[in-house]
Design a protein around this ligand. Structure first.
Ligand SMILES: Nc1ncnc2c1ncn2[C@@H]1O[C@H](COP(=O)(O)OP(=O)(O)OP(=O)(O)O)[C@@H](O)[C@H]1O
Ligand SMILES: [Mg+2]
Length: 417
């Protein structure tokens, strides 16, 4: 039996294989062990899509084709049932995800020299908040896709539990740890007892005290930043002349969210924006919106918003460069302004961490460490928000973007190795 651990993330994915020498990450995107969860279909060669960084480069270079990112967040939703147009073809989102997973599996098999048949696959604690049916649908769809990709044995493990297994390898004494995995699409928390004596145990049920999660991650922050400072430049909040009504907001929301971007360039939207432009109080702004749809610049705007968000983790001010939309166009955003735009989400993180501790029925003072992982755990207010739930705990982090894949591979070794 050949087994692997697979972290299919909203923004990034990674895969580790179980070898005689132990778990090992595979180079899945040229020399990198991390691959952006992105796929690009060329219009004239759609059977051979590009994956990862090459897909992003194609999208930014505005090559003719279809770019998809944030696919994990549509698992279990009504969007998942829809198809997407690629040139003259319509393909299902399930088959897009399947191609991506097949690509990772093939990379691993190339490295291994033989076929993989078993996988420990990560999943968030909740794909959806408070909707158990959508949650079950999401996991079932994912399992079907993973099996179709060629895996015969599939086990799911919560992503924060996997991260805990990775962190556990570095501790010398037993401790109670709160894992905070704040990623691109979800924020997941686990309270788990870890330690050198527990590492090898096959069954960790008694060590896992509680898990909680929220459908909230870095993509929501990109959208919040975009809606706060970029979309107003494209007319969000402005008015129509004749009826004195606000310009409808739905297109701006579709443009700001990675998961809905593939649907924003529809003929209905292009036609609507042309009409709105003709009747706008501020036609210059609507002209930018019209250009965005006609030239399919939404992804570039989303990347620019994401880059500004990342810059704000290290600085007090960042600029969003929109030169590709209009010569000389850019805007700046202050960290305080960004923190205000995401305040509700920050509070939701504290609540989720507190809920995890309450569910475990322990006192927060018993928690020795908080292990931060996932790209969005680098947002300073997010770290503070989680730390508020267990202020006495030491804060730790390691292999931010790879700890889930490493832990899943450890779990694969225990389950199938
Ligand atoms: N320095 C940074 N500051 C803020 N956000 C960051 C930083 N670096 C990366 N990110 C964000 O982290 C997110 C990606 O993190 P990660 O790779 O952990 O997510 P994921 O595993 O793909 O998602 P999920 O686990 O939710 O499915 C993106 O939204 C990215 O913009
Ligand atoms: Mg993740």
């Amino acid at each position: 039996m050949a087994a692997c651990g697979l972290d299919f993330g909203t923004s990034n994915s990674a895969l580790g294989i179980v070898t005689q020498q132990g778990p090992r990450l595979v180079r899945v995107d040229n020399d990198s062990e991390l691959i952006p969860t992105a796929i690009f279909f060329d219009l004239d060669n759609w059977e051979h899509p590009r994956f990862g960084q090459a897909a992003i480069d194609a999208a930014i270079g505005r090559e003719p084709g279809r770019f998809l990112r944030g696919l994990k967040s549509i698992l279990g939703s009504e969007l998942f049932e829809r198809t997407t147009q690629i040139g003259p073809h319509r393909i299902t989102f399930a088959s897009v995800i399947e191609r991506f997973i097949r690509h990772l599996k093939a990379k691993a098999e190339e490295t291994l020299g033989h076929e993989l048949d078993s996988v420990v696959h990560g999943r968030p604690v909740h794909f959806y908040d408070g909707d158990t049916q959508a949650d079950a649908r999401a996991q079932a769809s994912l399992e079907t896709i993973v099996r179709k990709s060629g895996f015969k044995n599939v086990r799911f493990v919560y992503e924060p539990i996997a991260a805990a297994y990775h962190y556990e390898a570095s501790v010398e004494n037993e401790e109670l740890v709160l894992v905070a995995d704040i990623g691109g699409g979800t924020s997941d928390f686990s309270l788990i007892r870890i330690g050198p004596q527990r590492r090898g145990l096959r069954d960790r049920k008694d060590d896992i005290l509680a898990n909680t999660g929220r459908r909230l991650g870095g993509s929501d922050l990109d959208a919040a930043l975009s809606l706060a400072v970029v979309m107003p430049l494209l007319g969000l909040g402005s008015f129509q002349r004749e009826k004195n009504l606000p310009i409808p907001k739905s297109i701006y929301f579709e443009l700001a969210h990675w998961a809905t971007l593939p649907f924003v360039y529809s003929w209905t939207n292009v036609d609507l924006v042309r009409r709105l432009h003709a009747d706008a109080c501020e036609p210059g702004k609507l002209q930018r919106l019209q250009r965005t749809l006609e030239l399919q610049l939404g992804h570039r705007i989303a990347f620019a918003a994401e880059a500004a968000k990342i810059a704000l983790s290290g600085g007090a001010i960042a600029s969003v460069d929109l030169e590709f939309l209009e010569a000389g166009l850019s805007c700046s955003v202050q960290r305080t302004q960004f923190e205000l735009a995401i305040a509700e989400r920050t509070a939701a993180l504290t609540n989720a961490a507190v809920q995890c501790i309450r569910t475990a029925g322990i006192n927060a003072r018993q928690i020795g460490a908080i292990f931060f992982t996932g790209g969005s755990s680098r947002v300073p207010v997010f770290q503070e928000a989680v730390a508020r739930a267990a202020p006495h705990a030491v804060r730790r982090s390691a292999s931010d973007l790879l700890s889930v894949a490493l832990g899943l591979t450890k779990a694969a070794q225990r389950s199938f190795g």
